[in-house]
Design a protein. Structure first.
Length: 149
């Protein structure tokens, strides 16, 4: 199940990063927000958190909370990295989410401000492929602080 959640999270994050709903509009309603601070550990693992709320989805696809981090590169542009997403519990109540991930190769991210996007997305099957349909999104500056280890 973890592998399929990671794969689904990657698909959802990719759609969320595009800033558009790739599939048809999700019939679910909801909201998502990122907390104003996150952490970065010595090994470069970033942890972000926040809250979400969603109603029961009418489609058959799962609903995920995906997140991404924008890091300014050495060349001056911003590179976005998706973190591992989590399955959402859509029961109308507010829930917390925590996503963690490492940014891959290159230098470990440093403490300081980063651009974060949190997205509540439903995977909708179209033509045999799970396509992300954005329910809600929040994009903001988040202060990364050193993780207590």
């Amino acid at each position: 199940m973890r592998v399929s959640l990671v794969a689904a999270g990657a698909v959802a994050a990719a759609g969320a990063l595009l800033g558009v709903a790739v599939g048809p509009a999700a019939a679910s309603s909801g909201a998502v927000s990122a907390d104003p601070t996150g952490t970065v550990s010595r090994d470069g693992t970033i942890a972000l958190s926040g809250t979400y709320r969603c109603s029961a989805p009418t489609g058959q696809g799962p609903v995920l909370v995906a997140s991404s981090v924008g890091i300014v590169s050495a060349q001056g542009g911003t590179v976005r990295y998706g973190l591992t997403g989590i399955a959402a519990q859509c029961d109308g109540a507010e829930h917390t989410w925590v996503n963690r991930g490492r940014l891959g190769t290159g230098p470990a991210p440093q403490a300081g401000p980063v651009d974060v996007q949190a997205t509540l997305v439903q995977l909708v099957m179209r033509g045999g492929l799970p396509l992300p349909s954005v329910i809600a999104a929040d994009r903001r500056q988040v202060e990364l602080r050193p993780a207590v280890e």
